[in-house]
Design a protein around this ligand. Sequence first.
Ligand SMILES: [Zn+2]
Length: 230
Amino acid sequence: MSGEKDQMTTSPPEKLQGFEWWRRSLQYRTGLGLSAQEAKQFEHDWLATKKPLLNNAAEEYRDWVLRYSPTVRFMMDHIRKLGFDISSKHIVCEPCGDNLKSGGFHESEGILLCSDQIRDKWHLEDTLAHELVHMYDYIKFDVNLKNLKHHACTEIRASMLSGECRVMNEIQKTGLSNFGEKFQLCIKRRAVLSVTANPYCANKEEAEKVVNSVWQSCFNDTRPFERVYR
Ligand SMILES: [Zn+2]
């Protein structure tokens, strides 16, 4: 899905729906039995026919999650308790155009959910919970993202409290052994990635150093939750 000019023709409708579409998506995801040309064709078909649907889907998921997700509702309530009257208008769904992140928080503009990255309701729930932790921290602790320790701390808390590192996900990704450690390693890995992307951070090594330096205090700070229940 690069920026180069796409002169392909879209496949006929029978290849774009039902079992055939499902089969092609699966082939594409697993890379099994798919030529480079077929992969390109799939990407073209996806962009031409599926992508325009995604913004609506993301908004629908967002509204569902705001109504039914206990984690999201809990975070929203606690942000309101800090004096900020948050509502769905502060949570925008838009394509982000890259696959590096699925959401973002901006101190004056609110929360962005990347409609072109969100896979389903549950992914949106985790992503939104993550960004709500950033918003909570920003309001409560006066986070300054130019300070890498602040940034590392809020990333540790966001990945820990959002459910992005729930143990089942990690087992699926990395196998069954040592799953006690996997929760922590997942949080660390995600925090290091985010801090590395901070323009005030020199490189991954610096990010790792900063994450380790605040790890103990931030990993043990589960506010506003009493404990992590995942
Ligand atoms: Zn984050």
